[in-house]
Design a protein around this ligand. Sequence first.
Ligand code: NAP
Length: 263
Amino acid sequence: MGETTIGLLHPGEMGAAVGKCLAGAGHRVLWVPAGRGAATRERAGAAGLTGVTFGEMVTRSEVIVSVCPPHAARDVARQVAGFGGLYLDANAISPATAGEVAAIVAAGGAGYADGGIIGPPPVAPGTTRLYLSGPRAAEVQALFAGTFVDARVVPPPGSASAVKMAYASWTKGWAALLLAARALARAEGVEPALLEEWVISQPGLEKRWDGADRSAAAKGWRWTGEMEEIAAAMAAAGLPSGFHQAAASMYRRYEQGPSRSDR
Ligand SMILES: NC(=O)c1ccc[n+]([C@@H]2O[C@H](COP(=O)([O-])OP(=O)(O)OC[C@H]3O[C@@H](n4cnc5c(N)ncnc54)[C@H](OP(=O)(O)O)[C@@H]3O)[C@@H](O)[C@H]2O)c1
């Protein structure tokens, strides 16, 4: 594809950075301010994206990219009914949910590519991969040529989501387990003893707990949905789903905003 008009739903922390990469590659990137909050508006402005109505975005876009909280992926796909271009879902969802999103957009008349993003928002080279799958994956890959987004094709439909699920099952799974371990010690009144034991036999673990706690406080609300998607992916593959159901429960404690001493 040459210069392409791309609709972006929505310019969150990740979406805005992805949109800025696409705009920097010469594409026209549209977004929809209606219904979004101040932080999203600020990010979209800073990224140089063009605000339009939902109808305009659907009519003008050749490609629509969905980068939103995982629990919203299906609803966002339903909103683009009538769109006849190529729809990329780049969310942290299971291969089965990706299949549902594909069916939703196909029923509405669009083509579909599955995506999964690994790494921080792409503001420098070499940090962030966008895995892509399905028959139209190469078309999306071409949009990112020369940008900070390293777009990689894993051909079979749903594989990009599978890579994201397998990867995040570990990165966010161990963090939830570590949070649970310290919470247990706190509940039993032995937190100081556990921390001393960590210093002796698990050096660096308290620092890793700090990082896990900070990240969960900032993003735990979104990770609950992601853990549920991972649990579903595990179950569909005949693997235990309990790890990530429990991880979702840990992150839900942050979603409800408990004080640090309660979680
Ligand atoms: N951030 C990262 O480092 C990272 C890394 C890898 C993958 N990802 C993936 O990128 C996706 C988005 O993450 P993010 O960090 O960009 O999230 P984010 O910063 O929380 O942004 C989410 C965006 O979606 C909008 N949104 C919130 N609730 C919504 C809903 N119910 N329906 C539709 N839109 C909604 C938000 O708009 P308002 O808040 O203005 O309503 C915001 O613009 C996720 O699937 C995540 O797994 C992120």
